[in-house]
Design a binder for this molecule. Structure first.
Ligand SMILES: Nc1ncnc2c1ncn2[C@@H]1O[C@H](COP(=O)(O)OP(=O)(O)OP(=O)(O)O)[C@@H](O)[C@H]1O
Length: 311
């Protein structure tokens, strides 16, 4: 669409003049130097002719060669990526062989304003060891890695990211946070809007990696459940339209074993997600459905064990 100012309208050429100019522009002689659109000159009305792109033959050949060259480079880079992926998988398998497929990390929560004993420092941290002194005695614990109080969400994610990424290679991956109320399980797994935890970072990473992998086609689906007071609840189930049904269909789901020996939760909602935004939306919906309450040490304590399945 062409928008003209008042001064341009007053200087608009007549129909005859336009016809003349059209004839001039259409003439093969004028292809080499298409008239430039200028707001001052009457030829500004010919702006739409700049849409006609005529590339000289020599320039066209040059462009074709550049495209061929770039296509060759893309093929080369894809091959390089495939070989790097194979090396990464090999390295990960070696790590799993050496370190074992189960790894235990310990994250020490920083003191909070609400903590009663903030001045004492009974904890001594090494990279794989933790010593706790209490009442004159000292106990040592060993882990695959210890994250000190000042460890960031990035530090934690960097450690688990290679393992999580192996899910795209077909490995089953499970991350479980365990600890007393108020010790930072939810903070580590979910995080906050400004300091996202492992789950939102994982969703982003997996979709990013999948979109870069042109040799495989991935489909993602998501389920979320919580175990609360001995009952399995579906966190992504549609809201019941009728109160009478609430609590019957999506609470207390049965845990079963399928013919292949895999654990299956009967009737658990499983939603297909095609990108990170969609996955985040469902994840936030599931989070909102979790049972929370307060405890003496955590005013927003998650009163359940929550699982998120990504397939
Ligand atoms: N590494 C951390 N840095 C800053 N604040 C943290 C950290 N870990 C936990 N917190 C804060 O400590 C409080 C308790 O953490 P969180 O709710 O994650 O505990 P929780 O283990 O999930 O507890 P519950 O089992 O009761 O749900 C929260 O206010 C959280 O923001």
């Amino acid at each position: 669409m062409l928008v003209l100012g008042e001064d341009q309208i007053s200087s608009m050429p007549t129909v005859e003049k336009l016809t003349e100019e059209v004839a001039m522009v259409s003439s093969p002689d004028s292809f080499d130097g298409l008239p430039m659109a200028s707001p001052e000159s009457p030829s500004s009305t010919l702006v739409s002719f700049t849409d006609v792109k005529v590339v000289p033959e020599q320039q066209q050949k040059g462009l074709e060669q550049t495209i061929l060259h770039l296509e060759g480079e893309v093929i080369g880079l894809r091959q390089k990526k495939r070989s790097l992926d194979a090396k990464r998988r090999e390295a990960l398998n070696k790590i799993l062989d050496i370190k074992g497929s189960i790894r235990v990390f310990c994250r020490i929560r920083p003191f909070l304003i609400t903590d009663k004993r903030r001045n004492q420092e009974p904890i001594c941290v090494r990279s794989e060891k933790l010593a706790v002194s209490f009442g004159g005695s000292k106990k040592e614990f060993g882990f695959d890695k210890v994250f000190p109080q000042n460890a960031s969400q990035e530090d934690v994610f960097m450690e688990v990211e290679p393992i999580l990424r192996s899910a795209l290679d077909g490995h089953n991956v499970c991350i479980m946070a365990y600890g007393q109320t108020g010790t930072g399980k939810t903070f580590t797994m979910e995080g906050t809007n400004n300091l996202p935890g492992i789950v939102p970072r994982t969703l982003k990473e997996l979709f990013d990696q999948a979109s870069m992998d042109s040799s495989n086609e991935f489909t993602f689906s998501l389920s979320m459940l919580e175990v609360y007071m001995g009952s399995v609840r579906d966190l992504l189930a549609p809201k019941p339209s009728n109160r009478i049904h609430h609590g019957s269909s999506k609470c207390n789901l049965n845990i079963q074993t399928d013919p292949n020996g895999c654990v299956e939760i009967e009737g658990l909602t499983n939603v297909s997600v095609s990108d990170f935004t969609q996955a985040s939306r469902w994840y936030n919906k599931g989070k909102r459905a979790r049972s929370t309450s307060w405890t003496n040490v955590n005013e927003s304590s998650s009163r359940s064990h929550c699982s998120l399945y990504l397939a």
